[in-house]
Design a protein around this ligand. Sequence first.
Ligand code: GLU
Length: 498
Amino acid sequence: MTVRVRIAPSPTGNLHIGTARTAVFNWLFARHHGGQFILRVEDTDTERSRSEFTDNITEGLQWLGITWDEGPFFQSQRLDLYRQAIQTLLDNGLAYRAYDTPAELDAMRTEQKAKNLAPRYDNRHRDLTEDQQRAFEAEGRQAVIRFKIDDDRVIQWHDLVRGPMTWKGSDLGGDMVVARASSVEQIGQPLYNLAVVVDDMDMAITHVIRGEDHIANTAKQILLYEALGGAVPEFAHTPLILNRAGQKLSKRDGVTSISDFRKMGFTAEALANYMTLLGWSAPDGAEVFTLAEAAQQFSFDRVNKAGAKFDWDKLDWLNSQYLHATPADTLVDLLVPYWQEAGYTFDLARDRPWLTRLTALLAPSLTRLTDAVEQGRFFFTPTVTYADKATQQLTQDGVGDLLQAAADAIAAGAPLDSLEAGKALVDTVVKAQGVKKGVMMKSMRAALMGDMQGPDLMESWLILHQRGFDTQRLADAIAIARQSSSPVPLPHEARPSS
Ligand code: GLU
């Protein structure tokens, strides 16, 4: 048997982390078994489905590296198939038209509530005579088509995650609607449970892997497989993703869509890796792996029944692992869109080597790609704003002269194309000015970076120098130093006697 699985998102919103994680598990299972993974867009809800959501979903899956072998198929293009199946159910007496008005259904539910009964359809139109039907049609009522569910049926399956499952027909809410707004002449809008079974049969799906919120649907769908003469596939219901408080992760928790995670600076590899760990663990205990590596080891034996808590710290940790392991030459391409988005000016074609050098400098301190926006900001502007601590450093006695000496050396063409050259320049100035090297370095940091902390000074200087920004900043810093009305004495080293 060739394994055939599918992801069947509804394009009623952006690609949700829950759907993406389900897609990951389907993909891992398909790849583990050398099977096929199919993408099917469940867009039968015409009011809520939008093509921009379809685009967001397909782009999100592609970005994550979840490639599909067939599709995307669109349910909206397959309505005839569903209507044929419904007609078969009607012809075989397994479904019927029910003409209840919304008001009648409401009254029924109110009565059930008053009696403390669970809400259900009481199957009152199951056995209408032709005359009754005609009378309802003559009244202009629109029917829904209901599939018969016998209360005394017991539905069982062996879930690949949850083990043996049993549902009673009486717990499924009465005969279920499979198509809306129908008349004797025409079958209206087919609904999810029917369409999904027709498609899973037609696409020869062997394993239905989806979130545990679909368990009750599975019981209903098994009845539909039987009614339509299809082979019942295997089912695996994956655990929900929970927030810190242990509730289902929802929009209220902030980001939930893959495009949001991307905007927040997570890499596709880290996010896909993290989603794999949301409910599954590798037999060898590994936590950092590619999807292809996970696929080799994937099985449902190691998927938890309990909900999977979403752990931002873990995701951040994984993301930093990926960022630190990515060569600067590749990482730069991931950072450029964030720098562009932030409005930083550079010419990608011309400045790529410079951007790569900057990337190498920042990489060790990045957790998310977005961190490079703040940490990189001051490399993209000729000038910098001076923090109080930097100003304090600049206004110490003698710093103006010190910086002037450095500026003169640069103006005289002292090379600044390597760390060695930079160090040589510093040594020369330190010697000539008779100051401690630490003072020189602190003053240069204040002058060039406007702050007393930050990335490696020499490397930062070389990067700024390549765009000529060091000269401008030295000039600004010297002006600050010279303006100072009450200079603080600089701790001079004993001047050389000669
Ligand atoms: N369209 C359904 C959803 O997005 C698909 C469920 C299924 O996989 O059958 O939840």
